[in-house]
Design a binder for this molecule. Sequence first.
Ligand code: BTN
Length: 333
Amino acid sequence: MNPVTSSILHRLVNQDSFVSGGELCRELGITRSAVWKHVAHLREAGYVIEAVSGRGYRLAGLTGAPVAEEVQPLLDTQSFGRSFVYLETADSTNLHARSLARAGSAEGTTVVADSQTGGRGRMRRAWLSPPGVNLYCSIVLRPPVPTVRVPEIPLVAAAAIHEALEAECPGLRAFIKWPNDLLSGGRKLCGILCEMESEPDFTHFVVVGFGVNVNLDPVPDELRDIATSLCIETGAACSRARILAAVLNRFERRYTEWLKSSDLGFLLPVLERHAWLQGRQVRIEQFERSMTGTVTGLSPQGHLLLKGEDGSITAVNSGEAHLQSINDQKRPA
Ligand code: BTN
């Protein structure tokens, strides 16, 4: 968005009543007809702006697009989302955030795209990233903790995103699927991809990327059995801006608590209460082996605790979990 158009939007978002054309001209150093042209651009982008002679302009409707002007007024964060990069199209927001992090950008720097041409998932899978409907976001973190603690971060993000989605979407029942997915009705609502650059004893940065299917409806045929969206699950379209702000607010709070803790112990009650796999028979696929057992919980380091047939407990630190029984695919709300 043109910087002057963006300033006008920012001004309108932050004021409930009318802003006079004269005020905008003075503040931005532009003419009345220029103000009118920028307002026309905003209307073309979907914003409902009332114009009343003698009073000025008033924003009557937001678009819900995850742009800084709509997201930042809803933030109560110190650093998350304060530096905000919005791209109409990115290759992958994770890649973009990584290059910003390498260039020194601050903790909390947030990269959002309306669509991705090379959205990436775990295990080198592609992440469906069409425009106008979903959230694709990556946040730069610089946690001053030993590198061994970094694998706990996806679970901190999963818990925070879960809290945000259930708070923003009345009627939604979502579950956290270890290590870093959110499901609803047995289908994927959100995926998280954390990538880090580190030395043995020092974490340079971590990029936490997440994709939330928000208003995607319908889900393309090839993904219909495995993916869903907030809109499909609740029957209502949601504002991507509100959801992103809720995620940033909660994620920063949970991340700050995590930094003050020595492990994930403080979050285990939340993670276990909403765990998709709790008490279930699963098969865990790792790169070169797989194992089966019943999930009994999580360790304070975020490892999945798997009880084998002989009763022994194994703490699994990575892998992809598959339910063993087809009857387990659905979980009661
Ligand atoms: C997964 O479930 O496999 C993880 C998916 C992560 C997708 C998000 S979308 C925003 C960010 N940019 C990417 O390229 N990937 C993550």
